[in-house]
Structures are given as C-alpha cells and as structure tokens.
Design a protein around this ligand. Structure first.
Ligand code: ADP
Ligand code: MG
Length: 390
C-alpha cells in the first residue's frame, strides 16, 4: 500500500520511532486518517446541499499511548512546537496553534461523554498542510479514532466525524461544513462518498479510476488561501440572503427557475451566487448518476462547468487556479476544476493515465510563463477512511 510517495509501512515505522524517542516506550497503537479531494459540489455544504468527495492515499498518522493523570502531550514531525496540556483546561479559545486540532478533538470527545484519561500523541504524515487536501480533517479524524480506541469510547464513525468537526468549528474556530471529516472517516478505496449535508445520509459511489485507464491529478498551486476568511463569510451571507429572498430554508431547496424568476430581487451578485449553488447541486446529482451507471469517462464536462461557475458566478477562483485548469485541459484532461474553498489551494484534473505526465509538464510551463512559482503536481487514488494501522 502506498501513501503518496511513501510506503505506509515506512510511515508507521517513522512515527513509532518518533514516539519511542519522545516518550521512551512503545505506543499502544498507530491510527491514521486520509486527506481528501472534492470531485464536485463546491460551496454547497453550507447551503444544505450535496458534495462528492473522495478520501485519498495521503495520511496523517497518530502514534498514541495512554498515560496516568490528566495530561495530553502532543508532538508533530511536521509542525512545532510540542504541547503539554491539562485535559480539563482544554476548550474553545484556550489552545493555540496546531495543537488546537488534536486537543479540540479530546475536548469534543469529553463533551460527548467519553471518559478520557491522559495520553501521549505523536503525529506524522504526508497530507500537505494548507493545500486544500484537508490535512486538518485528517489530523482530527486520526486523533479521534486513536483516542476513542485508546480509552474504549463506543462511538460510531459518523459520530466521531461530528466530534472532529466540532473540534475544528469550536476549538480551532474555523466554520467549516460536514464534508471533510465525514469523508476522512467514511471514505472507501475505489469510491467517492456522495453526502447530503442536510441529512448526513451517505452513499459509496464507484470511482474505478484504474480500471477506466484514468487518473486524478492534483495541481497544488502553492498559493496560500488569500482573503479566504472574509470571502467565505461574504459568500455564506450572500447565500442566506438569497434564500430569504426566495423564501426557502436554504438554497438546497431552490430551483434554477425560481432563481431566474427572482433575478431582479436577487440583484447582482446575489443572482450569480445563488445560481452557482443551485446549478452546482444539480451537477453533483448528475455526476452521481453517471458514476452509478459506470460512466466515469463522462464526468469531464461537469468538472468544467463547475469550474466556470465557481470562477464567473461565485468568484472564488484565482489566476493560479484558472491557469492550472486551463493547462490541464490544454494537455488533454477530460475535465478539471478548482477543489476546496478557492483563492488558492489545489485544482484537480481527470486525465487519461497516459497523459498525466503531459498535464504536469503543461501546468509547470504555464505557471512559469505566468510568473507564478512552480506548482506541486501529484496523482491521488480514492482510498479507505480512518483506520488503525498497528
Ligand atoms: P488544509 O486542511 O487544507 O490542509 P488547514 O489550514 O485547514 O488546511 O489546516 C492546516 C493546519 O492543520 C496546519 O496549519 C496545522 O496546524 C494542522 N496540521 C495539518 N497537518 C499536520 C501535521 N502533520 N502535524 C501538525 N499539524 C498539522
Ligand atoms: Mg482544513
């Protein structure tokens, strides 16, 4: 099994060694959870809509051991500094930096009634942080299954995903939707996860990339999520206002006809914001129907339409993301789009396997020609969700 460039067994060995170095004994176990790409369904989650992410072969690992007393000690091979916290003192607004993610999960487990004791956690992995592949959810979910297993908390995966999200929303303070933690917990190799963010109902939808001679290329623009907080709040507010104009609980409940009929009342950019969400939800349903029918090869036009809508109607793309998408399509990709919240982060491209190298070359050339720093280009595989590795 491969996680990115790494053999999973190598990653397990590395995190166990690091645990021995820090704690002076073997861990009680090693747990891991994956990052994700969102195939389609962007900015639909806070409108009670549909998303179609897939867990990927990039992992955050947590080596963990019980300890006496009520302290939580945390190390990471990717981030610093280590943290040493009193569990009872962890809560919203009380932890700084990367430690807020794992400590927030411990807090959320406690809020759900789990009896947690002290623990030592060493974190390692190969989900790039801040690239839009949701390293944050991977870290939260790996911590959640590690602590739940370590202390015998009986919570199902969906409940653990909810607690991981609570950690991010309330302790880290990022108002993200349900998608990232759900797919990191529930992902399945060879599948995408169709998620209704209103009911939290899920369906595993086949995504047979290798069998179809296709691959999923990720072009990480390496451009940070500039302006993302303010723009996110602005789009969320615009969607709520549009739903109020349309007289529906959320844009999930509106049709394109309703939106167009209310063009004047919605105004600009209200009309375009609402039109993105409504058409994007429809594209997710179309994509799911295609995948259920075994037509992965026909997904391209939906990805292209999603990107155009995010760029022109929702206005959350960036010059780097547009360049990545254009280069991929130029080089023969069946379809490409930005993935994640936008303004930076990564684009994905669905590409015939024999053209992946050309897509990578074309993206690098286009970035150089535009005066951008070099992108990071890799391929990812739809993979299993959170699990115990050792
Ligand atoms: P994304 O989820 O798209 O990767 P975020 O900004 O939501 O980006 O989350 C990135 C943050 O998650 C990092 O800044 C860090 O605080 C934390 N994080 C992710 N991976 C690790 C890791 N391996 N070790 C420690 N912290 C990590
Ligand atoms: Mg994140």
């Amino acid at each position: 099994m491969i996680s990115g460039e790494h053999q999973v067994s190598d990653l397990v060995g590395r995190v166990v060694d690091a645990f021995r170095d820090q704690v002076g004994r073997d861990p009680d176990g090693v747990w891991a959870a994956p990052g994700r790409v969102n195939l389609i369904g962007e900015h639909t989650d806070y409108n009670d809509g549909f998303v179609l992410p897939a867990a990927i072969d990039r992992l955050v690992l947590v080596a963990a051991g019980r300890r006496d007393g009520g302290r939580l000690r945390l190390w990471s091979l990717q981030a610093g500094p280590p943290a040493d916290l009193e569990l009872a003192a962890v809560g919203p607004g009380r932890v700084e930096g990367w430690a807020a993610y794992p400590a927030g999960v411990a807090w959320a487990l406690g809020q759900a009634g789990a009896q947690l004791g002290g623990a030592d956690l060493v974190v390692d992995g190969d989900v790039p942080a801040g690239s839009g592949l949701s390293s944050s959810a991977a870290l939260e979910c790996a911590t959640a299954i590690a602590l739940a297993d370590l202390h015998g908390a009986r919570l199902d995966r969906q409940a653990l995903a909810g607690l991981a999200r609570r950690a991010e929303n309330e302790v880290v303070g990022v108002p993200s939707g349900a998608m990232d933690q759900m797919v990191s917990m529930l992902g399945r190799a060879g599948h995408a996860l169709f998620l209704d963010t209103r009911s939290l109902e899920t369906e595993q939808v086949p995504l047979p990339l290798e069998e179809s001679g296709l691959c999923l290329v990720v072009i990480d623009t390496r451009a940070g999520h500039r302006l993302v907080d303010g723009a996110y709040a602005d789009r969320k507010a615009a969607c709520e206002a549009a739903a109020a104009v349309l007289g529906v609980p959320a844009l999930r409940d509106a049709t394109l006809e309703q939106v167009e009929a209310a063009a004047e009342a919605l105004g600009d950019p209200g009309l375009r914001r609402a039109r993105h969400v409504v058409t994007e939800n429809a594209r997710v349903l179309e994509a799911v129907a295609l995948l259920r029918a075994g037509h992965l090869d026909r997904l391209g036009p939906l990805l292209a339409a999603s990107h155009a809508s995010l760029r022109d109607d929702y206005e959350v793309s960036s010059p780097e993301l547009d360049t990545a998408v254009e280069a991929a399509v130029d080089a023969g990709a069946a379809g490409a789009r930005m993935t994640g919240a936008g303004f930076g982060g990564s684009a994905i491209a669905l590409v015939r396997a024999d053209l992946a190298g050309r897509v990578a070359d074309r993206a690098r050339e286009a970035f150089a020609a535009a005066g951008f720093g070099p992108p990071e280009v890799t391929t990812v595989l739809p993979s299993d969700g959170a699990r115990r590795l050792a």
